[in-house]
Ligand binder design. Sequence first.
Ligand SMILES: [Zn+2]
Length: 258
Amino acid sequence: MILPQPIAHRAHDYAQLIRRWRAICKPANLRMTALHQAGDTTIHCVTTRAVFDNPARIYISAGIHGDEPAATEALITWVERRTGNLPPVELMLFPCLNPWGLINNSRVDALGRDLNRLFHRPAIPLIKAWRSAIAGRRFDLALTLHEDFDAQGVYVYEVGHKRPHWGRELLLAAAAGAMPVDPRRKIDISRPVAPGLIRRRVREGMFRDTGYPEAISLHLEYSDRTFTIETPSEFNLNERVEAQIRALDAAVELTLNR
Ligand SMILES: [Zn+2]
């Protein structure tokens, strides 16, 4: 009898993740800086070293929810694959905003907080550090990479000042015939405007009770277009990573051709 081979992954190994980022930064002409010390782990920010004329500016973050490992894995794999061939855009990347969560496969941080509901609270050290790192910046596009254990396929949250909206393109790129689009008629508390596409109309103050997610703070203060990519965390890890990578490629392409 031939037994199936184990799948080797280190998706929750934060030290290994940061070793990969350290190894790739120089050949990819990126700079990694410490953003914040959380217990015995350091949270990093990665930015482009090269200077371009009137560049597009793109923000991408992963790992604020540690039980969504395709996000952190996709971001590093995307950079590794594109090393030497990164798009001519100014990138600001947050490889993993909640290392404790990633290590412990947890949505929350070491203090039991869902950090993605606390972006209106600058007194929290991570939020303070994040705000000072991005102060004064304006992004053409911001992506926050997530996963959802209830999801039946990939879906996208879209909030944006600018038209045309790109959510549909990002969703189709992520799916690409290799992963279903989430068919649910109700996703979390939202009703999609089309299968797998949630378009949020955001007004100042509407998240006062629930707390501000990262994407909403980005939308209100820092970014022309903001998307959250959600892959189904009960699906195969490699398929989820590839879907996230396809969304990243499409997002960069759309921004370059804006
Ligand atoms: Zn999430």
